[in-house]
Design a protein around this ligand. Structure first.
Ligand code: PLP
Length: 397
C-alpha cells in the first residue's frame, strides 16, 4: 500500500516533538525496567536486614554500573542525585566549601545553564570570586582567555560539554589540558552531550560531570554527579545532610525506580549513540538546509562542532514567539532553554555569542530525538516555512 503525503501526515502524532533538549520521552524499555521497582521490588536500598532492601540495593548497583559505563567511569564514582540541577549545585558548592582554604576563585562561562550560573551567583554572596568568560561568535570558549583568567586562588574550572540552546560542543580536551596544567579541578555539565556523543571522563580528563536521565529517554527527577576518585581524588562537602547515603556525599533515600530507569536509559544510549548520531545529523541537516532556503535565515552556533540532533536558527523579521503561536499545534520547538522559555527576553546564550537582540528574539531551537522520523522532519519543514512566510507577510495561508 502506498500512502499519499497527506495520509502520512494524518498519521503523525501532533504536535511533532522537536524539543528533545528540553526533555525526552521515556523509552518504553526504560519504563518496563522501572515498573517492578514501584510495586514488587519496592524496598529501600539502605535496608540491610531483609530481601526487599537487598534487591533494591542490587538494582541500584547494576544501574550504577550502567551509568558509569556511559562515560567511562568506575561505578564507585557515580553519586545519584535528583537531577542535573542538584548535581551542578553539589559540584560547585561542594568544591567551593571543601577547597576554601586553597582559594575562592572559580572560572565558568557566560553561556552555561542557569543551574551553573545561578549557583555561582549564590556563592559569590559567600565570598567566591567568579570569572564568567565570554565566548566566541560560535559559542566556544577562547582558550587563551581561559588560561589568562587563572589566578593563584583558582580552584575550579566549570565549563559545559555541549550547550543546550545551540548544541555547540566546547573544546573539552583543550580546556581540561589547561585545567590540569594548573592543577585545577575541572567540572563539566555533560547533560546534553552524554549519550549523544562520546563522553569519556578519562580520555577527556574530567574530574566532575553532571548527568540527568530525562535527556536520554529516562525518567525525570533523577541524575548523577560523576566524582573522580583517583588522579586526583576529588573531595566534596555534602550539600544535604542526613542518613549518609551515597558514601555521605548525598543523603536521602534512593529513588530506586528512577535509578533503575536511568541505568537502562544509559545502557540504551551507550548502544545507540553512534548510529543515532549519524541518523539524526542527516535529518537535522535536511531540516536546516531546507529552512536555510528561506531568505535571511542564519545558524546560531558552531556548525563544525555541534551535537548531531540540534540546530538553532534565526529567521529575520519573524519573531519567534509569534512564529510558535502560529504553528505550535503542529510542531513543538522552543526559542531557548525550557528553564527560561517563559521569559520574553532574548536568550542570554545567543546574546553572549554576539547575536543582536532582534535576531535572538527571532530564533528557534530544533532538537530532534530517538523517535523523530523523516516524515516528521518533512512536515516540520512545511509548517515552519509556511509560518515564516506568513509572519513576514509574503503570502497568506
Ligand atoms: N544543565 C543543562 C545543560 C541542561 O540542559 C539542563 C536541563 O535543562 C540542566 C542542567 C538541568 O537538569 P535537570 O532538569 O535534571 O535538573
Amino acid at each position: 500500500m502506498c500512502l499519499s503525503l497527506k495520509e502520512l501526515y494524518q498519521m503523525l502524532q501532533l504536535p511533532v516533538y522537536m524539543d528533545n533538549n528540553a526533555t525526552t520521552p521515556c523509552d518504553p524499555r526504560v519504563v518496563d525496567a522501572m515498573l517492578p521497582y514501584f510495586t514488587r521490588h519496592f524496598g529501600n536500598a539502605a535496608s540491610r536486614s531483609h530481601a526487599y532492601g537487598w534487591e533494591a540495593e542490587e538494582a541500584v548497583k547494576f544501574a550504577r554500573e550502567q551509568v558509569a559505563a556511559l562515560i567511562g567511569a568506575e561505578p564507585g564514582e557515580i553519586v545519584f542525585t535528583s537531577g542535573a540541577t542538584e548535581a551542578d549545585n553539589l559540584a560547585i558548592k561542594g568544591v567551593f566549601d571543601m577547597y576554601k582554604n586553597k582559594g575562592n576563585h572559580i572560572i565558568t562561562v557566560a553561556t552555561e545553564h542557569k543551574a551553573v550560573l545561578d549557583t555561582c551567583r549564590h556563592i559569590e554572596k559567600e565570598g567566591a570570586e567568579i570569572t564568567y568568560l565570554p565566548v566566541n561568535k560560535d559559542g566556544t570558549v577562547d582558550l587563551l582567555q581561559l588560561e589568562s583568567a587563572i589566578r593563584p586562588t583558582t580552584i575550579l574550572v566549570a565549563i559545559m560539554y555541549a550547550n543546550n540552546e545551540t548544541g555547540t560542543i566546547q573544546p573539552i580536551r583543550s580546556i581540561s589540558a589547561i585545567a590540569k596544567k594548573h592543577s585545577l579541578i575541572f567540572f563539566s555539565d555533560a547533560v546534553q552531550a552524554a549519550g549523544k556523543i562520546p563522553v569519556d571522563v578519562n580520555a577527556d580528563s574530567i574530574d566532575l560531570a553532571a548527568l540527568t536521565a530525562h535527556k536520554i529517554y529516562g525518567p525525570k527527577g533523577v541524575g548523577a554527579l560523576y566524582v573522580r576518585r583517583k588522579n586526583p581524588r576529588v573531595r566534596l562537602t555534602p550539600q544535604l545532610d542526613g542518613g549518609g547515603h551515597e558514601k555521605g556525599i548525598r543523603s536521602g533515600t534512593l529513588n530506586v525506580p528512577g535509578i533503575v530507569g536511568f541505568g537502562k536509559a544509559a545502557e540504551l544510549a551507550s548502544e545507540t549513540w553512534a548510529t543515532e548520531g549519524v541518523r539524526l545529523s542527516r535529518l537535522r541537516d535536511k531540516l536546516e538546509n531546507a529552512l536555510l532556503q528561506l531568505a535571511d535565515v542564519s545558524v546560531n552556533g558552531n556548525r563544525n562542532s555541534r551535537l548531531p540532533h540540534v540546530t538553532n536558527l534565526s529567521f529575520a523579521d519573524a519573531e519567534s514567539e509569534g512564529l510558535m503561536i502560529g504553528f505550535n499545534k503542529n510542531v513543538a520547538v522552543s526559542s531557548g532553554s525550557a528553564c527560561t522559555s517563559a521569559s520574553l527576553e532574548p536568550s542570554y546564550v545567543l546574546k553572549a555569542m554576539g547575536v543582536n537582540d532582534s535576531a535572538a528574539l527571532a530564533s528557534l531551537r530544533f532538537s530532534l530525538g530517538r523517535f523523530t522520523t523523516e516524515e516528521e522532519v518533512n512536515y516540520a519543514i512545511e509548517q515552519v516555512s509556511a509560518g515564516v512566510r506568513k509572519m513576514r507577510g509574503l503570502v497568506s495561508i
